[in-house]
Design a protein around this ligand. Sequence first.
Ligand SMILES: [Zn+2]
Length: 311
Amino acid sequence: MPRKIAYGANAASEFQYPENSLVITTTTPDIYEKWLNYMGIKKYEIYDKVTPDPAIETIEEIKRKYEGKQISAYIGLGGGSSMDVCKYLGKLTGIPKILIPTTFGTGAEMTTYAVVSFDHKKKLLQDEAFLADAAIVDPYYLPGTPFNIMRNSACDALAQASEGYDSKLGNPFTKLFCKEAFDILENAIMNDKHDLLPYGAMLSGIGFGNSSTTLGHALSYAFSNEGVPHGYSLSSCTTVAHKFNKSAYYQRFKKTCQKLKFERLTLKQSLDEAADVIMPDRGHLDNNPIEVTKQDIVNCLDEIVNKNPLQ
Ligand SMILES: [Zn+2]
């Protein structure tokens, strides 16, 4: 876990930010200027050209651009992409990083994972050097989040909590956080208490971040490589994976996806081609509670695209 975790209302406005920080964000000035004002941050540089699924070239460009500028810390302010860029930059330069999620789902502020694109293919990386020096989780950023982003993020957090619970790498510590995260997120969605999402996502990050995600996430990359948002693809993928694994979370996960009105997924490539892309993803598949063959993957994909698993 990060050495410093600040959580709750006003956490981001009460934090003391080092001077000459580089703020990295995916949002536009009309939004982030309001945020920076709330945070009371002074004397900073800003890089606002991060796009979703950041490429390694973008990260190297930022590194070059600010070399010699004595940046004291990176502040990742935004969705998973802003935080992933900070994590990778921090590993390259050794400069401390402060991560502030604004869409609440990946739990990335708590984990040693980063997703970076190489040659237009998303790659999940893990490195102790990716861990934040400080994570700030403040529900201030939640209002105004578009419904689509909110539901995709919530679905990601739910998938991570439940896959993390079932992971072979799980232990009583990770299960404690995954179980609590799922309970909170489920309550937030089923009872429209969206202000609980940031806390649930944060606990999910601690839980799965110290175990792993599994088959649901492995399946989802076939769809995200074709442009489907990560959280959206998990709605069907994790549902089918939970069914395959006979997970205790199968019905509960499916019900929250129904409540969020996710629709069925399509795939351009053949099921066989997609299975060939998924099979080498040992980081997810080896931690799945049950062994998975290529035929199992084809069957899961068939259920996802040809039968509606959320019905
Ligand atoms: Zn995820």
